[in-house]
Design a protein around this ligand. Structure first.
Ligand code: GRF
Length: 220
């Protein structure tokens, strides 16, 4: 059995995806030690959740830093001090400088509420409805310097229904995100999933297309 994966989480908001990771750990589905929850927002719900769960927290606000790069390097220095194996961006609403990201290549993942490569950036639910898509979803991907552009690991899908607006669609997607993210992190904790020179591998085999959720399980 590998030792628990040391996980640091970055979150700007309510933290429901972080809560899903904690719940998966508590159910025994994820061998993880949460070593830090870091945020750019002092009032982020994720910080309160961390405090309740006894997870160390760190808040660093961007004002006071002349350049985004300076802020990002300072933030990532603090994160590095907690010596995580994996960084999980769970609703971290900032673009991160490439120099700050570089040391974490292959060790940082993000959950994004669209079927990447569609709809990088903001307002994904609204954009999917406006485009007349039949299907929407969320993706977990390795983070690279390109915004929401790193190799996709896994996706969850749901149909867009007549009468959906961005709020109803987001509300139906969120519980699926809460299954997707812990399932991906569990594969990393089990040492089954990695980012190699030629892309994502699962059990040593290249992943030719993203894994997808079938019920509560990830399948090829
Ligand atoms: C989620 O929809 C996630 O996909 C996106 O930001 C939202 C964060 O929600 N990146 P929460 O803070 O985890 O509740």
């Amino acid at each position: 059995m590998p030792s628990p994966l040391r996980i640091a989480v970055l979150a700007s908001g309510r933290g429901s995806n972080f809560a899903a990771l904690l719940a998966a750990r508590d159910r025994g589905e994820l061998a993880a030690d949460f070593v830090l929850v870091a945020s750019d927002k002092p009032d982020a719900g994720a910080l309160q959740l961390a405090q309740l769960a006894g997870v160390p927290t760190c808040v660093l606000e961007p004002h006071g830093y002349a350049e985004r790069r300076d802020y990002d390097l300072a933030l990532f220095e603090r994160i590095a001090a907690s010596v995580p194996d994996l960084l999980v961006l769970a609703g971290f609403m900032r673009i991160i400088d490439g120099d700050a990201l570089k040391p974490w290549a292959g060790r940082m993942i993000n959950i994004h509420p669209s079927l990447l490569p569609k709809y990088r950036g903001l307002h994904t639910h609204r954009r999917a409805i406006k485009a007349g898509d039949a299907e929407h979803g969320a993706s977990v991907h390795f983070v690279t310097a390109e915004l929401d552009g790193g190799p996709v690991i896994a996706q969850t899908m749901l149909p867009i229904e007549a009468g959906d607006d961005e709020h109803s669609l987001a509300a139906r997607l969120l519980p699926l995100e809460h299954q997707l993210l812990p399932a991906v992190v569990a594969l990393i904790a089990e040492d089954r999933l990695a980012l190699g020179e030629h892309g994502v591998t699962l059990d040593g085999e290249p992943l030719r297309k993203p894994l997808r959720m079938q019920g509560e399980k990830l399948v090829r």
